[in-house]
Design a binder for this molecule. Structure first.
Ligand code: FRU
Length: 463
């Protein structure tokens, strides 16, 4: 699998579709796999939702609830789910044409269980751009229109529609903005600034290469949107990263989360195109990140998009242990764990976490005061022979806050770590493949531990 697709909340269920090749552990003819969850934590696998057809493979895209039945695929009483995706025609790619990606739609009237493709697909033909994909659609209330963002090589194209079938080009955003590389999987949404309640618009764009620690990564822009045009508040060359780890790509947010909930929830694909197809796994091939709530916060006089693990994950907490002050060098046996720690780093010291097993493999992560950066080092974390890009260097994320207090919220799974620091301003998501399970966690530092909690986590599959 790769990208998350069509994430939408409808009648009590979160739907997660995803790029899926059912016959192999490497990329191939793409389908939309499908899973649903009532709580964002426990997921049920459902049959493949969309199969390739004569128009092509089913690439990434989004889904919406068409509440007003603008598409006429359902009724006002029973609004349809509409999926908007890219058709990718292999024959066209092989013939080296540049018109083999175009946007199509499908609908469901049974809570996403079965899908019918629209008979007049594609709804947006290719305008002569080789990379023209990953439509994400939102409802823009002020003009009562659907708005679509599409990745088009070095920019995002914005379209609008009354009915999800007839689309009109509105504007381009990008070109020389942000990180230059192949742009993919955009998202666009309004979000309120935490402190003031002011509404801003955020555009998320994944870049296939040139991420801060190499390979694929996700940048974002903050600005305004008037229904037709997005304008960024920051200078063109400013690059803001959603995650500094190597394994969070193609993330987008859920559509139709109820207003009384109001969260903007993102899930990303926990891999990187540098090695996604070579990682040493057989029965599974990559996973999604934990769902994350996005918040726009004013930090050091500038706005930042911060991520935190969704609160529902607290359901997985088993026994909690308080890690006492003065016990800042410790060793615990662990399996699946969540850590919430705050340090007062007056000593300006290293804060080092080591996750280890009995055969000498280890992942080291934490904060390195010498370079004022958070870091993940997976050089000795097990098999890394499959790609030079996987672990040849330590991965860093420079800290932007000056407060001596540093907080961490960390999730450790058998093959991944999701590290949120400084209240989610800094995130590092990284995978690893030890030959034996990591079962020991050590923390070493001279910084004062002012708050420390550790929870064993239950598996999401065993309840
Ligand atoms: C991003 C991506 C998308 C595309 C999909 C194909 O990882 O390259 O741009 O739609 O994967 O599987």
């Amino acid at each position: 699998m790769n990208d998350p697709n069509g994430m939408v909340y409808y009648e009590g269920e979160y739907h997660l579709f995803y790029q899926y090749h059912p016959e192999s552990t490497v990329w191939g003819p793409m389908h939309w796999g499908h899973a649903v969850s009532e709580d964002l934590v426990h997921w049920e696998h459902l049959p493949v939702a969309l199969y390739p057809d004569s128009l092509g493979l089913i690439f990434s895209g989004s889904a919406v609830v068409d509440w007003k039945n603008t598409s006429n695929f359902g009724s006002i009483d029973k609004p349809p789910l509409v999926a908007i995706f890219t058709h990718h025609l292999m024959e066209g790619e092989k013939a080296e044409r540049d018109d083999f990606q175009y946007q199509s739609i499908a609908y469901s009237n049974d809570k996403g269980r079965t899908w019918t493709k629209y008979e007049s697909n594609p709804v947006i033909p290719n305008p002569g751009i080789k990379d023209f994909r990953d439509p994400k659609v939102i409802w823009y209330e002020a003009s009562e229109r659907w708005v679509m963002v599409i990745a088009a090589r070095d920019r995002v194209k914005i379209y609008s529609s009354h009915n999800l079938k007839d689309w009109q080009f509105e504007s381009d955003f990008g070109m020389d903005y942000g990180m230059q590389a192949l742009w993919e999987c955009p998202d666009l949404f309004p979000i309120k600034v935490e402190e003031t309640g002011e509404e801003k618009w955020v555009m998320i764009v994944s870049v296939q290469s040139n991420a801060p620690n190499g390979g694929s990564g996700t940048q974002y822009f903050i600005g305004d949107f008037d229904g037709t045009t997005f304008t960024s508040d920051y200078p063109k060359e400013k690059v803001l990263w959603l995650d500094w780890g190597k394994d969070n790509y193609a993330g987008v947010t859920f559509s139709d989360v109820p207003e009384d909930d109001g969260r903007r929830i993102l899930i990303g694909w926990m891999s990187n195109w540098q090695y996604a197809q070579e990682v040493p796994t057989k029965k599974w091939r990559s996973a999604m990140t934990l769902p994350r709530t996005l918040e726009l916060k004013n930090i050091n006089g500038g706005l930042k998009l911060c991520s935190s693990p969704v609160q529902e994950l607290e359901k997985l907490r088993g026994e909690g242990v308080k890690i006492e002050i003065g016990e800042a060098i410790l060793e615990r046996s662990v399996d699946l764990v969540e850590l919430e720690l705050a340090f007062n780093n007056e000593a300006e010291d290293y804060i080092a976490f080591v996750l280890a097993n009995d055969i000498g493999e280890r992942v080291q992560f934490g904060y390195d005061a010498r370079v004022n950066s958070f870091f993940v080092d997976r050089k000795y974390a097990g098999d890394n022979t499959f790609s030079e890009d996987f672990a040849s260097a330590t991965h860093y994320a420079e800290r932007s806050q000056e407060d001596q207090k540093i907080n961490f919220h960390i999730f450790i799974d058998h093959s991944s770590i999701e590290l949120f620091a400084d209240d989610g301003e800094m995130v590092m998501t990284e995978t690893f493949f030890p030959d034996e399970k990591f079962d020991r966690l050590m923390i070493g530092t001279d910084a004062e531990l002012v708050e420390g909690k550790m929870y064993e986590l239950k598996s999401i599959w065993t309840e």
